[in-house]
Design a protein around this ligand. Structure first.
Ligand SMILES: Cc1cc2nc3c(=O)[nH]c(=O)nc-3n(C[C@H](O)[C@H](O)[C@H](O)COP(=O)(O)OP(=O)(O)OC[C@H]3O[C@@H](n4cnc5c(N)ncnc54)[C@H](O)[C@@H]3O)c2cc1C
Length: 412
């Protein structure tokens, strides 16, 4: 059977490795950390995944935590007015529920499953020189190493990457003890809180090592009042500052956060990165070619919560392309076609995410406002997180937005 090397054990690499393994490929997976190190390590994401991405996991029967993780049935938007009152507040209902399973649980569990099923798991931080060596011994080398150093092998695609610097400073805290949303205590939802000119706060339930928890995730404009977490070493200070900012900008979220405590000493994360689309084919010094997967090729800002979803969609799309290739060589043309097939979905994610990073134009403010009056608009916006290609129909173009809002108003 064909031999495939997967470098990097995150959402995209592990899902692909497990999928290939189930199809009988001889798969080697290289990870720079052991499962135990991942499980006991720092949180990596908020990893909220929507129905289409979750379905890819179900299809491979690797949805091991589905019954334990909270079911996120809605997606709400609140907008803070300058006096910190709530100018907008609505929740759209998702057609299929979303879920967040702490990547520490999922990646550690999937690594163990891969090894138990006979996969070769190599614990090693791969360098370009290693890949040079391995490219000659494998039919295909897939690089799914996230935003780490190996991305330097893949050239930045300037035409698809409008930003040259990070657009948000990110600060995450996993907490226990968060109160329910008083408006809808009966179902779980992600809440996106927008603070114009300052940033956003996302609140969502998750399944972490110590059970059900909530995540407080600030996205701050660089240099602004939320950009204060970089270099903060003490997790308790990180939480204290998170809560101070909540009290100042989003009192309705603060009101249900007064009793929270961190889930664990590794339950905080701060960082930033530049959204970047890359050339999917990496050329090794010895002439071998490698194909980038997931964040390596398309890294969007987490403002729209799409990276894990995209990693799952990328893994599913690549799996289909690999299987359909049969015994033919995995040459450069095939690599480019494989990426292009994934890009047909990913382009919508990138376009929408990059749009959300910019100050909203008037017609987008109108959509967000109208969603508070008309439930179908709120529902459509929420379900766009599952399939962002729908935003093409009503979100970007002022005329299409106006026509859509008029049509709903006439119908309801
Ligand atoms: C703060 C934050 C919040 C987010 N929230 C969401 C969200 O709510 N929803 C969502 O869908 N996405 C979210 N994302 C994005 C999402 O986490 C990523 O897009 C997703 O994890 C990418 O998966 P991946 O497999 O491509 O890479 P990764 O998950 O980064 O996995 C790469 C793996 O490769 C390993 N590695 C790196 N270098 C090497 C090497 N040289 N050799 C071997 N192994 C290596 C890394 O240790 C890691 O295990 C968020 C991201 C951040 C930072």
């Amino acid at each position: 059977m064909r031999k495939i090397l997967v470098v990097g054990a995150g959402q995209s690499g592990l899902q692909l490795a497990l999928g290939l393994q189930s199809q009988g490929y001889e798969v080697t997976l290289m990870s720079n950390r052991t499962a135990d190190e991942v499980r006991a390590g720092r949180v990596m994401s908020t990893q909220c995944m929507f129905d289409t991405a979750l379905q890819h996991e179900r299809d491979l029967q690797i949805n091991f935590w589905e019954s334990q993780a909270p079911r996120i049935q809605g997606l709400g938007v609140s907008v803070a007015a300058p006096d910190s009152s709530r100018a907008v507040d609505w929740v759209g209902m998702l057609d299929g529920y979303a879920q967040s399973v702490d990547q520490r649980i999922k990646m550690a569990g999937w690594m163990e499953t891969f090894a138990q099923r006979g996969g070769q798991l190599v614990i090693h931080g791969a360098a370009v020189s290693d890949l040079d060596f391995f490219a000659r011994r494998y039919d295909l080398v897939l690089v799914s190493a996230g935003k780490g150093e190996l991305v330097s092998m893949f050239g930045r695609d300037a035409a698809r990457s409008p930003y040259t610097a990070p657009q948000r400073a990110l600060a995450v805290a996993y907490v226990h003890g968060m109160g329910p949303r008083p408006e809808h205590p009966d179902f779980d939802a992600v809440r996106c809180n927008l603070v114009p000119g300052v940033g956003e706060l996302f609140v969502m339930p998750t399944l972490t090592n110590s059970g059900r928890a909530d995540i407080l995730f600030w996205e701050g404009l660089p240099g602004g009042p939320l950009d204060v977490f970089q270099g903060m070493k003490d997790p308790n200070e990180h939480l204290a500052v998170t809560l101070e900012l909540l009290e100042r900008y989003l009192p309705w979220e603060y009101a249900r956060s007064t009793k929270v405590e961190l889930t664990d000493a590794n339950g905080t994360l701060a960082g930033r990165y530049t959204p970047t689309v890359r050339d999917p084919v990496g050329r090794l010094p010895g002439g071998g070619l490698v194909l980038g997967v997931g964040d390596v090729v398309v890294a969007n800002d987490p403002i729209t919560g799409q990276g894990s979803n995209s990693a799952s969609k990328c893994a599913a799309s690549y799996l289909a392309s690999i299987v359909e290739r049969g015994e033919e060589p995995f040459d450069e043309q095939w690599m480019r076609e494989t990426f292009d097939r994934y890009w047909r979905t990913a382009q919508h994610v990138t376009k929408w995410t990059n749009a959300m990073l910019a100050p909203p134009p008037e017609h987008v403010l109108n959509i967000i406002g109208a969603a508070g009056q008309f439930q179908p608009i709120a529902d459509r916006f929420a379900n766009g997180f599952d399939d962002p290609s729908d935003f093409e129909n009503f979100f970007y173009d002022p005329a299409k937005a106006e026509a859509y809002l008029g049509e709903v108003a006439a119908r309801v």
